[in-house]
Design a protein around this ligand. Structure first.
Ligand SMILES: Nc1ncnc2c1ncn2[C@@H]1O[C@H](COP(=O)(O)OP(=O)(O)OP(=O)(O)O)[C@@H](O)[C@H]1O
Ligand SMILES: [Mg+2]
Length: 381
């Protein structure tokens, strides 16, 4: 299972992602074993020139291992790696057009910020004046232009991380691998740096592969996202693909918040399906066909923001369920509701607080919920 195979809702996917643009990195059936343990399993992936590709997955799923193989610090057990059409599987790290910013981004403690950023350029014997210009440019990029003389121990964690980023960019690699580059930054700085990274990418045209376990970061940064789990790539797609058209229970559940219920296909037509969902004590109507055999064990997934919640019975005949509000979390911009059904299962609903004096829903209120028939994603894996 590599790319988007097994997409139950395939027919409703946008076509924009299918364009065969220029491949810059090709990972071809790569496996990495450490002794008996398989850290990366049969991963095939094409990364396009000039894109920001985000590898997203939980701790220990193999993200760093995959990145280290691209950089050349780790040798695949099986499979081949290509950069710009060249097989680099046996090429040493320093001969690849690649730079990597490590998860533990060790700066040289005895060197100043300036010297840290200049390090790779000095090694490449870049002329002094040019080094000065390029380091200044990089420090400005990460907003540390006044910190050149400081030593790493005189910086905050976030500042050190930005120095590491500047150092990784200074050599202008064609491919930049970043392992959790914004991990040490606080939320605000993280958001700003995310936009800066996108700006840097657009300006320098570098191809980025960014590892993160933060799905929001992957959504903001990534032109495309590869979701990894247990050494495998489960799905590759644009942020919209991954969020709106997950192809497996795992991806649906990992990205964002989701209501996920097991079901059984009771009506299977090319343009619609009906799925019996015991947990909701109802049959869900879906307005598109699915690519699954009638006996498949399917699950229906629906995002909390796609469910309407009202105190009165909606006019729709389909996709309506009733429940009791069990919990409300008021978050200012929106409210989150946990609604208990008669089956004992719960439905999570998010509603934006559009008006200041919004129609109030309270704990223990009896409510109705309904959703559009296109809002359901049916997954088979
Ligand atoms: N040199 C090694 N020897 C043995 N096992 C290793 C080695 N390097 C990594 N592993 C194992 O391979 C798996 C994947 O590790 P990896 O570092 O790629 O995870 P990750 O996705 O980067 O996780 P995190 O988000 O925590 O950084 C882990 O179970 C890890 O313990
Ligand atoms: Mg890691």
């Amino acid at each position: 299972m590599t790319t988007d195979s097994g997409a139950a809702s395939r027919d409703s996917r946008p076509a924009s992602t299918e364009a065969g643009r220029d491949t810059y990195v090709r990972i071809d059936r790569v496996t990495k074993k450490f002794g008996a343990f398989t850290a990366v399993r049969q991963v095939s992936l094409d990364i396009r020139r000039g894109e920001i590709f985000c590898l997203l997955g939980g701790s220990g799923c193999g993200k760093t291992t995959l990145l280290r193989m691209l950089a050349g610090f780790e040798q695949p057990t099986e499979g081949r790696l290509y950069i710009d059409g060249v097989d680099v599987t046996d090429v040493p790290p320093y001969e690849r057009p690649v730079n990597m910013m490590f998860q533990s981004y060790a700066l040289f403690p005895h060197m100043s910020v300036f010297e840290n950023v200049a390090f790779g350029l000095k090694q490449d014997r870049v002329p002094k004046a040019e080094i000065r210009d390029r380091v200044a440019e990089m420090l400005a990029l990460v907003q540390l232009q006044d910190y050149g003389a400081r030593k790493p121990h005189q910086l905050s964690g976030g500042q050190r991380q930005r120095v590491a980023l500047a150092r990784a960019l200074a050599k202008r690699p064609k491919l930049l691998l970043l392992d959790e580059p914004l991990g040490a930054l606080d939320k605000k700085l993280r958001e700003r740096t995310q936009f800066e990274l996108v700006g840097i990418q657009e300006k320098l045209g570098v191809t980025f592969v960014i590892v993160t376990h933060d799905q929001e970061e992957a959504m903001v940064l990534g032109t495309r996202i590869g979701v990894m789990h247990a050494g495998e790539i489960l799905q590759v797609g644009t942020p919209t693909d991954i969020y709106e058209y997950p192809t497996s229970r795992y991806v649906a559940d990992f990205i964002g918040s989701v209501n996920l219920y097991e079901g059984r296909i009771v009506e299977d037509e090319p343009d619609h399906v009906r799925i019996e969902v015991p947990d909701m004590a109802t049959t869900v109507y879906v307005d598109h066909g699915i690519a699954a055999p009638p006996t498949a064990e399917v699950a229906v997934a629906i995002r909390p923001e796609k469910i309407h919640i009202t105190p009165y019975k909606p006019l729709e005949a389909e996709n309506v369920v009733r429940g009791t509000i069990q919990e409300i979390a008021y978050l200012g911009d929106n409210s989150r509701y946990v609604v208990r059904l008669d089956t004992g299962k719960v439905v999570r609903v998010t509603r934006p607080n559009v008006y200041r004096h919004d129609e109030r829903l309270a704990w223990d209120d009896s409510v109705w919920m309904h959703w559009h028939p296109s809002s359901i994603v049916v997954v088979t894996r």
